[in-house]
Design a protein around this ligand. Structure first.
Ligand code: F6P
Length: 345
């Protein structure tokens, strides 16, 4: 029996573990199902422009521990083009593909869902360091980013203490503060600012000043790049929008640095971790999670379970409807943040 022919793509911001998904899907696809796999370059752009290569066990050998994605990525949105659905369908037909496995976050999978509703066969695999996809308990990439951010906070702690400084650490997290919250908790931060809860810089400075009065002349402030001040408390600047309408972030750390120093008189320095959090080798946890999601995705493609996303539920990998999966972003619940309030300061 002839196996299915499947196209694979990785879209949106890259993250550690993408290659582990590709490797697992290719190995099981070829080994167990005699499937044929094709990798599209640079996310949806490769499907629109029809740029792809055959994926084989040989061409995907050795990629398990490699960060990034061997397929490349982009923030191209096929749903933004009037002829997007037609062009994707033509590319699939030209290569005799039964469907696509799209590995991505809310944007890539949102586009996958639009295409799926228009009749294209798609299976989604959830990735993002932000850990903000609603229908899965955790996305791969998050654990690696968390380790990197925690290690950075540990390192900043020792230098903050030596110089009696306030250190502001800006981590990623556009609309969800999971990296900030978990790295801040793991690193013993004094202040954690997340997008879900607008902050008052006056309160932040008050807490830092009280620490100084108690003989702790250094502080660690972890801020998610998407954290916002309460209206009227501090002016902030954001960058231009991408194809999915998201502003380019990165800057709140330095703005806080200036504000805290001006208001408290304490020497303050900001570190923006930025893309360091997305680079390099995945943790063992992310490699295993990504592998399990890749195996489940090729199982679903072989069985024709289109319009689904593979998801981690407790310790099991299950399929959820793609439409349900992209319906909501998973943000930090306010009660969860407040539970840790006793640890701050
Ligand atoms: O992929 C998620 C993410 O890392 C966000 O945390 C961040 O806001 C965004 O991507 C940055 O995107 P880019 O790499 O395109 O600047």
């Amino acid at each position: 029996m002839l196996g299915v022919r499947i196209g694979l793509l990785t879209g949106g911001g890259d993250c550690p573990g993408l290659n582990a998904v590709i490797r697992a899907a290719v190995r099981k696809g070829i080994g167990a199902y005699s499937a044929e796999l094709v990798g599209f370059r640079d996310g949806w752009r490769g499907v629109l422009d029809d740029v792809c290569d055959e994926l084989t066990i040989e061409s995907t050998r050795g990629i398990l521990p490699r960060g990034g994605t061997i397929l490349g990525s982009s923030r191209t949105n096929p749903a933004k083009r009037e002829d997007g659905v037609g062009v994707v369908a033509d590319t699939l037909a030209r290569h005799g593909l039964d469907g696509l496995i799209a590995i991505g976050g809310e944007d890539t999978l949102g586009a996958a869902n639009v295409l799926s509703e228009a009749g294209i066969n798609v299976i989604g695999v959830p990735k993002t360091i932000d850990n903000d996809l609603g229908a899965t308990d955790q996305t791969f990439g998050f654990d690696t980013a968390l380790q990197i951010a925690t290690e950075a906070i540990d390192r900043l702690h020792t230098t903050a203490e030596s110089h009696h400084r306030v250190m502001v650490v800006e981590v990623m997290g556009r609309s969800a503060g999971w990296i900030a919250l978990h790295s801040g908790l793991a690193g013993g931060a004094d202040v954690i600012l997340i997008p879900e809860i607008p902050f008052d810089v006056g309160d932040v400075c008050g807490l830092i000043a009280r620490r100084h009065q108690r003989g702790r002349p250094f502080s660690i402030v972890v801020v998610a790049e998407g954290a916002m001040p309460k209206e009227g408390t501090m002016t902030i600047v954001t960058g231009e929008l991408d194809e999915f309408g998201h502003p380019r972030l990165g800057g709140i750390g330095h703005q806080l640095e200036r504000e805290i120093e001006a208001r408290t008189g304490f020497e303050t320095r900001a570190t923006v971790l930025g893309h360091v959090q997305r680079g390099g080798t995945p943790t063992a946890f992310d490699r295993v999670l990504a592998t399990r999601l890749g195996l489940a995705a090729i199982d679903a493609a072989h069985a024709g379970h289109w319009a689904h996303m593979t998801a981690l539920h407790a310790t099991s990998i299950e399929l959820v409807s793609l439409a349900v999966a992209v319906a909501e972003v998973r943000r930090v619940p306010v009660e969860e943040y407040e539970r840790y309030g006793v640890l701050f300061g």
